[in-house]
Design a protein around this ligand. Structure first.
Ligand code: F0G
Length: 400
């Protein structure tokens, strides 16, 4: 779609544990040592002015909030883009909210998915799969439909919101409802992809992380490259926390920002393995059985743990936990600002309060308010919705 004379992407997949490298176009998600793989490349030969200029371009590739940064994401000829990104940065009550729920399928997942699906097509994949609490599956299904790939998603049976399930089905995916929790679905999809030759696009796939870095780059760009003090993000499977750390490390190394904001990763108390590890200075990796109203982050054994530890350490970050009551109260506040988000996203505001953070703070809202309407209805006040007869008297009565 852009300059076809450009050379193929160079770079390697590097193990974050032992440093071993593999070719970028090899289908693998972990090192032989079991460590996670990350894309490593040389400093891109563009600076941030180029990204700023592209915001005014009419070219689809430049308009994507992911591919605008292509030299530092995946620099290839043909991309599967909706386009995505270009989400709003709202300023309300002294805080900034980067609303990733404004992506094409209503969550931040589209930023990683456009890159992972582009890579899937480059590698000749015919089918792609993920385990999901609902947002990754919806995103996968939409991008697979666009690319003409078979979409297979593994969801914990009965544990994802009706809207997310419907959305995933609408885009045409095959849904395997696993009798078990997200972590069981995650283990199963990894085995299924290995054995059945399906391309895995969960965030253990390094190309997902490359796309999700652009959440941070775009918000820095929104702030005219003046780094905030804090970036606050919900933490579940820890893909985003990992991506944010990598984005900040690269932005700093490339000279796009002159100081590194601190990351605050927020978990729900009933799904808090990362918080438990943080509280022990990461001495132990915890695996738990997760339970929270925020179904998107009901995850007990996050796959990107090791990368996320690196992200927190690099940014001098913190990890906090909030109760379901705290996150639902924060959701109500965000909803009543006229912005709205799903429960998992509201951990950010709840976390800001819990940690007593100050300075310039950006909360990343990861999913749209309509992603979980059951949760909305739980927050509705009983006098807000009134059934009436079709008469003017009934209207008068209801409003007095
Ligand atoms: N917020 C929302 C709305 C999510 O859907 C997720 C993850 C997260 C936060 C946590 O992000 O996993 O990168 O730490 N949802 C995944 C899914 C698990 O399947 O949709 P993370």
């Amino acid at each position: 779609m852009w300059d076809r004379s450009r050379k193929k992407e160079h770079g390697v997949l590097e193990c974050i544990t032992c440093g071993r490298t593999y070719p970028l176009d090899q289908i693998r998600y972990t090192c032989d040592c079991g460590g996670l793989l990350a894309v490593k490349r040389e400093q891109p030969r563009v600076d941030r002015n180029v990204f700023d200029a592209r915001r005014a371009s009419r070219n689809t590739i430049d308009q994507s909030g992911v591919w605008r940064f292509r030299e530092a994401v995946l620099d290839v000829d043909n991309v599967i883009t909706h386009p995505e990104g270009n989400t709003r940065l709202y300023e309300r009550n002294g805080l900034f909210f980067k609303h990733e729920g404004e992506n094409p399928t209503g969550s931040f997942k589209d930023r990683g998915m456009t890159v992972a699906v582009t890579q899937a097509v480059r590698l000749g994949a015919k089918a792609i799969a993920c385990a999901s609490t609902g947002n990754t599956s919806a995103s996968l299904a939409a991008y697979a439909a666009q690319a003409g790939l078979k979409a297979i998603v593994f969801v914990p049976s009965g544990k994802i919101s009706g809207g997310k399930l419907a959305q995933t089905l609408a885009y045409g995916a095959t849904v395997l409802q696993v009798r078990g929790d997200f972590d069981a679905a995650m283990r199963l999809v990894r085995e299924a992809c290995d054995r059945l030759g399906i391309y895995l696009v969960n965030s253990i796939n390094p190309f997902r992380i490359e796309g999700q870095k652009t959440i941070v780059w775009e918000l820095l760009q929104d702030l005219e490259w003046n780094a905030p003090d804090w970036i606050v993000v919900p933490a579940g499977n820890l893909g985003n926390t990992s991506a944010f750390g990598k984005a900040l490390a690269e932005a700093h190394a490339y000279g796009w920002i002159d100081r590194v904001p601190r990351l605050a990763a927020i978990q729900a108390q009933g799904a808090n393995p990362f918080f438990r590890s943080f509280s022990e200075s990461f001495a132990t990796r915890h695996r738990i059985e997760a339970e929270t109203i925020a179904s998107a982050i009901r995850i007990g054994d996050p796959v990107s743990y090791d990368k996320a530890v690196g992200a927190i350490r690099f940014t001098n970050g913190v990890v906090a936990e909030v109760t379901d009551e705290e996150l639902m109260a924060a959701k109500r506040e965000i909803d009543r600002m006229g912005i709205g988000c799903e429960p998992a996203s509201a951990t950010t505001l709840a976390g800001v309060k819990k940690l007593g953070l100050g300075g310039k703070i950006v909360c990343v809202l990861t999913g749209h308010v309509l992603k979980d309407t059951d949760a909305v209805m739980k927050n509705v006040h009983s006098d807000q919705i009134i059934e009436i007869d079709p008469t003017i008297d009934a209207v008068r009565d209801a409003l007095t």
